[in-house]
Design a protein around this ligand. Structure first.
Ligand code: NAD
Length: 343
């Protein structure tokens, strides 16, 4: 049984904790919070021992009815792997502690590649993560890009990718981010950071990315054009998506053409927190002609990286050497099959 701690029980951390708790080969030994808020009560409801970053705040937690199991350092002494899901750039400040305690640590995409020295995606480089002390699961957008680019590359060879990311302004529970009424180029210059980030996992791929942020909280939308080395077949692309455990196909029959309808579908399907772990590729948008492949895919920013974290834990501990088996185990424990199986 792999003992997992979650340092930073927020948007990503609370989802990873639930996903880990659902696995047969791992368990949550603790989660950490900086202040007593609603998420701390969720941790209590789930039965996860609560640790705190600043032990001097113990009284404030206990006054709120939340018992504190100890400090983050106490939590780390009792785990095999820590999933660091603290906000971007905070995670790197925890590295000296992880090094001191010789604990395996897993960071998120808000940290630079250099923090862990290894960037992970289950589909692309599971084997290379086996036994590593430090791993970074790439961001939600990069995860979505890597899954589909690697799949197309395996079959047709990728000569070049051009991807435009229309990004959500904030997560649904965030009240301090925006924009409220603007389309913000993020950044104005080309490429956006996503292209170089894909290279941290798939260094041989030629890719240019552009990004903008819009006033929505639900999902990101990618417009992708791939030039392939061999002629590409639309039917084969659909077949590959259907066979992939983390690629979803939004079929024409569903009549969905927006992230709003997609999230409504996920809610109606009783997905936990309406999470979509898979890339959501719009079947009707798939255009293949000669060596050109184009499509739209929606990416649920709060969810796609969650399943990747679970696989990364298996790879780092070496408990499962086969990436495909890990992906299957993760999906099965979450009772997750991609969305095309529901319509
Ligand atoms: P969040 O703000 O929702 O949660 C972070 C949590 O960490 C909060 O509970 C906060 O209280 C806690 N925290 C802050 N400082 C801490 C400290 N020093 N020690 C322990 N806990 C601390 O953030 P998030 O959206 O979950 O992002 C976490 C990481 O995941 C970031 O690297 C982010 O870039 C990445 N990520 C986020 C998303 C997304 O859409 N939210 C998607 C993919 C990756």
């Amino acid at each position: 049984m792999i003992r997992v701690a979650v340092n930073g029980y927020g948007t990503i951390g609370k989802r990873v904790a639930d996903a880990v708790a659902a696995q047969k080969d791992m368990k949550i030994v603790g989660v950490s919070k900086t202040r007593p808020n609603a998420e701390a009560f969720v941790a209590k409801q789930r039965g996860f021992p609560l640790y705190i970053a600043d032990i001097s705040k113990k009284a404030a937690f206990e006054k709120a009815g939340l018992s504190v199991a100890g400090s983050v350092e106490d939590m780390l002494k009792n785990c095999d792997v820590v999933v660091d899901a603290t906000p971007g750039d905070v995670g790197k400040t925890n590295k000296p502690l992880y090094e001191k305690l010789k604990v395996k640590a897993l960071w998120q995409g808000g940290e630079d590649h250099e923090v862990a020295g290894f960037s992970f995606n289950s589909d692309c480089n599971y084997k290379d993560a086996i036994g590593k002390q430090f791993v970074r699961v790439v961001s939600c957008n990069t995860t979505g890009l890597c899954r589909i680019i690697n799949t197309v590359d395996r079959e047709f060879g990728v000569a070049h990718v051009h991807a435009i990311m229309v990004r959500r302004g904030s997560d649904p529970g965030e009240i301090k981010k925006g924009p409220i009424d603007a389309t913000v180029l993020d950044p104005v210059t080309v490429p956006s950071h996503h292209g170089p980030d894909v290279l941290s996992v798939l260094p041989h791929i030629s890719i240019t990315t552009m990004a903008m942020i819009v006033p929505t909280t639900m999902m990101h939308m990618h417009a992708i054009r791939i030039t392939t080395k061999k002629p590409v077949s639309r039917d084969r692309v659909i077949e590959l998506i259907n066979k992939h455990p983390r690629l979803g196909l939004i079929k024409k029959t569903a009549g969905i053409k927006s992230t709003a309808e997609l999230k409504e579908f996920a809610m109606d399907l009783n997905r936990q927190r309406s999470d979509l772990y898979e890339n959501c590729i719009f079947e009707d948008s798939i255009y293949a002609q000669g060596n050109e492949l184009c499509f739209f895919q929606a990416i649920h920013q709060e969810a796609d990286v969650v399943v990747e974290n679970v696989d990364a834990i298996r790879a780092m501990t070496g408990i499962e050497k086969d990436g495909k088996k890990s992906v299957a185990a993760t999906n099965a424990a979450l009772k997750f099959t991609p969305i095309q199986n529901y319509h």
